[in-house]
Design a protein around this ligand. Structure first.
Ligand code: FES
Ligand code: FES
Length: 182
């Protein structure tokens, strides 16, 4: 077993894991972060995308011990503490950018990463930025519109400072969303 420590959605977790555990399985099965989904397990679909130290990664291609000492953000930590949706979440809602919703967590996290690097992407740049994420419902047109809408909203916003981790969870999965809320 490997002892690992990571901060997920603003909460620090210390756990013993089998070194072969994939980050996506650690997030879902140990930490209860089931908003991050597995679509393929072969690095193709992007459904499992999370941010590691702010960079989008496919969590089915990262071993949990590789996240030791790092910060991970998932779809479950994206909304504000008051429940206000992140601009990308809000834009997906308003633009009807999801159908079955299976690709949506990964699409949104990839979009957040894209907009951090390019706050004003063209349509082509959005398509290029999200090319590692597949939508089997083929809802791409509305996804592109949503990302560009969110970009406009985010450019107009003053960025709020991110809160630091304030809680440590030892060993076991949380028992309620309140326990892991930022
Ligand atoms: S589940 Fe990770 S890329 Fe498909
Ligand atoms: S909305 Fe169904 S896979 Fe994208």
């Amino acid at each position: 077993m490997s002892r690992i420590s990571m901060t997920v959605d603003g909460v620090r977790y210390d756990d013993d894991v089998d070194p072969r555990t994939l980050l996506v399985h650690h997030l879902r099965e140990r930490l209860g972060k089931v908003g991050t989904v597995v679509g393929c397990d072969t690095t193709n679909c992007g459904a499992c995308t999370v941010l590691m130290d702010g960079q989008g990664v496919k969590s089915c291609t990262v071993l949990a011990p590789q996240a030791d000492g790092h910060t991970v953000d998932t779809i479950e930590g994206l909304a504000g503490q008051d429940g206000k949706l992140h601009p990308v979440q809000q834009a997906f809602h308003e633009r009807h950018a999801l159908q079955c919703g299976y690709c949506t967590p990964g699409m949104i996290m990839a979009a957040v990463d894209l907009l951090a690097e390019n706050p004003d992407p063209t349509e082509d740049e959005v398509r290029e930025g999200l090319e590692g994420n597949l939508c089997r419902c083929t809802g791409y047109q509305n996804i592109v519109r949503a990302v560009r809408d969110a970009a406009a909203v985010m450019r107009a916003e003053v960025p709020a400072p991110r809160e630091s981790a304030s809680e440590t969870v030892e060993g076991t999965a949380p028992t309620s969303t309140e326990e892991v809320a930022r």
